[in-house]
Design a protein around this ligand. Structure first.
Ligand SMILES: O=C[C@H](O)COP(=O)(O)O
Length: 267
């Protein structure tokens, strides 16, 4: 059965987000953003929205650079506390990120789920905190290798989506970004085929259409993540329901990330 929401790809601006993970102190962050700005700030570059997600300690430096030089680069954080304030040592609140001008925050990255025991309820709380502070959550989800081998990747990813969107309103869902990241493809060099990515991304969009409306599903941007590089992004982006990429390793080298972002210009 066709998915009417899939027809609206042209209205969704591609989003390429670089998740730096545990890399780059604030000096290195400044150097990397300056290189990206130099290569991406030409007046007519409008092919994609480019976002960097540095560690918390680099956010202030990135904010100063982006605001001061009016760079066409967005930025956000890799995580947010589910709590607003209080005795939560080491946590960073949504209000703090909003004050730093963050436009985006990851919620439910598989490394948070795996190493910090974040379940769907916590991820849901983080998604809601982000919206409450007018920050767009990039909701990360995706199956591990055992689930993929069993052929249950669609059901597994949809269950994570349902869990993360409890209590999220229609108006909020329109601003949502979802990142489908099969865990077995993260940092492994093992990229999902474009068809693998499309299968799950199409199912996610159809479910958003059921939970909300087909119009909302048509506006939601769905990214693919997992070993995306300049050499494989074109095939992934050609898929109807893939609107961008969440990039880890390849976002740490300016030259490679710029090549990836400008993939349409490659012959
Ligand atoms: O957040 C990014 C993803 O985990 C992908 O990382 P990767 O591009 O290094 O595989």
């Amino acid at each position: 059965m066709g998915n009417p929401a899939s027809t609206a790809k042209s209205v969704r601006k591609p989003l390429i987000a670089g998740n730096w993970k545990l890399h780059n102190n604030h000096f290195e962050a400044i150097a990397l953003v300056q290189k990206l700005a130099f290569a991406l700030n030409d007046a007519d570059f409008d092919a994609a929205e480019v976002v960097v997600l540095p560690p918390f300690t680099s956010l202030r430096s990135v904010q100063t650079l982006v605001d001061g030089d009016k760079l066409k680069i967005g930025y956000g954080a890799q995580d947010v506390s589910q709590h607003e304030k209080g005795a939560y040592t080491g946590e960073i609140s949504g209000a703090m990120l909003a004050k730093l001008g963050c436009s985006y925050v990851l919620a439910g990255h598989s490394e948070r789920r795996q190493y910090h025991n974040e379940d769907d309820a916590i991820v849901n709380a983080k998604v809601r905190v982000a919206f409450a502070h007018d920050i767009t959550p990039i909701l990360c989800l995706g199956e591990g290798l055992d689930v993929r081998k069993a052929g249950d990747q669609v059901a597994y990813s949809l269950a994570q989506l349902d869990g993360a969107l409890k209590g999220v309103t229609e108006e909020q869902a329109r601003r949502l970004v979802v990142a489908y990241e099969p865990v077995w493809a993260i940092g492994t060099g093992e990229v999902a085929t474009p068809e693998d990515a499309q299968e799950v991304c199409a199912a996610l969009r159809a479910r958003i259409g059921e939970l909300y409306t087909p119009e909302t599903a048509g506006e939601t941007r769905i990214l693919y993540g997992g070993s995306v590089k300049s050499g494989n992004i074109a095939g992934i982006m050609a898929q109807t329901d893939v609107d961008g990429a969440l990039v880890g390793g390849a976002s740490l080298q300016a030259e490679e990330f710029v090549k990836l972002v400008r993939f349409r210009e490659q012959s």
